[in-house]
Design a protein around this ligand. Sequence first.
Ligand code: ARG
Ligand code: ZN
Length: 465
Amino acid sequence: MTPLRRRPARLVTVPLAVAALLTAADPALAAGPVGTPGVGDPYFPLAGNGGYHVDHYDLTLRYDPDSRRLDGKAVLTARATQRLTRFDLDLHGLKVTGLTVDRARAAHRRDGQELVVTPPRALDKGRRFRVTVTYAGTPGPVTDPDGSLDGWIPTDDGAFVAAEPQGAMTWFPANNHPTDKSAYDFALTVPEGRTAVANGVLLGRRTAHGRTTFRWRQTEPMAAYLATATIGRFEVEQYTTRDGTEVYNAVDPREATAAAPVLKRLPSVLEWGSALFGRYPYRAAGAIVDRAPQAGYALETQTRPVYDRAPDLSTLVHESAHQWFGDSVSLTSWKEIWLNEGLATYTEWLYAEQHGGDSAQRAFDALYDTPADDDLWAFPPGDPGSGAHLFGTPVYARGAMALHALRTAVGDRAFVRVLRDWARTHRHGNGTTAQFERLAERVTGRELSALLRTWLYARGKPNHP
Ligand code: ARG
Ligand code: ZN
């Protein structure tokens, strides 16, 4: 019998052969460095793109609610983070009618949600460049792994635009991942009588030839999924709060009566949040209250959440909390969605506790009472398993329970310091669960990994509350 012999030479030649095949099949690879089609998100591998950062999006859109046709021009000002012979944008559906890089026509092709761009000359690392994409079509939402609709969702009088986690690419070409945050300008043209609402401040509106253009500006950095361009017949209310925040509310008249008493509380909710978490992160605020049963959820679109119906007060508090947690401090990976939803849910508990409602302890106890086979314990919030569970009960409720367990362990003062420090340290940036844990340990001087491991990562109902 011949003993098994190792053949290291063969192990080396296989990858070389594969590499040779790849370069032969794809001239761009042979030509040099290529931006990856995703940023490496484990749940959404094609979300975002490698090799560049977008500083600014300039979106000029015209929408006709009757035909549902969208005509768009997107100008992206970006910076190469590596040498690029080719890079991707994310775009779902729609037809690209023109594409330039620094005013030169650039070769491009579609590959699923990837819009693959080959500029005429390679872009050096550090180089600022401008991509202009003209496009058109009939946008519609994508269906998420959990079956929900996400993106441009047509309604009976316009569109409800809520794009978490994937849907930004249904209405503009984007670097569609929360790790890339950018400033935005919008010019939205709709038939006279409709209102188009985006993020940030309203720069102006102009009506001519039966159409109105709304110009919006979002100066603070924003993740693509938090952009909106919601269109409908809306009643508009505009005012400035005593601390100078510019509020713009747009409300579907069919929801106006139910929405009014809740929207009235917005300034006081934002003041309460500012006192607790630190200054509200944005110049602008507001709400878009639509009638969008097709969506069935609200979203914390930056500065101005969108609601599929008149919200109740706890929903308003939840979406307001996201302005600090999710919008200003953004995720690094969708897997860590508990950082958004756990903190927003816990803020609802804190708000109730401080406004004559149930204590957070009571909310925690009621949840802890549920039997071990309840959905609440189906998976750990720190590791939902896949994109299908991003918005599952454990992410919200057990995520909030994890924060309550932390509060109980370290005391109220230290707990609030953790939240404030988190909001301040990562303001207009990104954060991870590991960074949250390190920050909590530093701020409180306590060893917290066992507690957080139990509440965030242990399978099934934890034994000790
Ligand atoms: N972040 C939103 C909220 O908690 C929920 C978004 C749900 N998105 C979805 N595609 N199901 O208010
Ligand atoms: Zn939420």
